[in-house]
Design a binder for this molecule. Sequence first.
Ligand SMILES: [Mg+2]
Length: 325
Amino acid sequence: MVRGRISRLSVRDVRFPTSLGGHGADAMHTDPDYSAAYVVIETDAEDGIKGCGITFTLGKGTEVVVCAVNALAHHVLNKDLKDIVGDFRGFYRQLTSDGQLRWIGPEKGVVHLATAAVLNAVWDLWAKQEGKPVWKLLVDMDPRMLVSCIDFRYITDVLTEEDALEILQKGQIGKKEREKQMLAQGYPAYTTSCAWLGYSDDTLKQLCAQALKDGWTRFKVKVGADLQDDMRRCQIIRDMIGPEKTLMMDANQRWDVPEAVEWMSKLAKFKPLWIEEPTSPDDILGHATISKDPGYSTEMKEESVKKHQYPDGEVWKKLLPAQEN
Ligand SMILES: [Mg+2]
């Protein structure tokens, strides 16, 4: 049972100098300092439990996100957690539909990042008060309650609350078994950590060897700055991981559409599962064109459309039919 009234919201600008080692570098973000706007919310309940939420940033600009969090704080402060949880969709809408702040959003850019940090902190507080990690809170939640937390505005033409409820109710079958399997075997993941664009070939080889030793089977390589460089690095990594393991590529929005098609026709020989963000993230038609290139495998066509950074509901809505056409 949740308890307490939100009595304090603080936000910190936390930065790590990752750019010094080229960690996290890609074709567009060449000197990232991995950072976060770090939100902590407290209640007047006696348990002393705090909710923590972060939004990832690249260094500069974190102060702008921090400023936006402070601008949103009044939507959270002095609210009973019980009331927030009882109408989570309403709370979400209040944050995303602030009559003045939404002008500099809505649901995108700095305001979106700030909203995410606040919402993450609220979810964390909720889960901690229930004595569970957030994933377990969600897994145990009644499907009707779960869909009531989601704002379907702008996507009801492709997915209604009833549709979502039906999907979740069908998913109840076998849920316990899947949870058990997940706890025993973990969730499948890939690593990008050996193939940042800021790494030398030696570092790439060394980290790839270590990742293979650690049991990784899926690897993502950053591409897009220099074709010859990409060809060499992809060859190294494909040679090391062999033909069976999965390779993915990420251009981080570097190309225009014809460039993406041309570039990928050269990199296709390394059998990537997908090319992530080949062009502008908002260019839905461009993604559709790129994914229809005959040089792509079927999987690549599907995955390149699915994999999209900053996917809000509206972008998903446009990507799905773009993939089918
Ligand atoms: Mg990416």
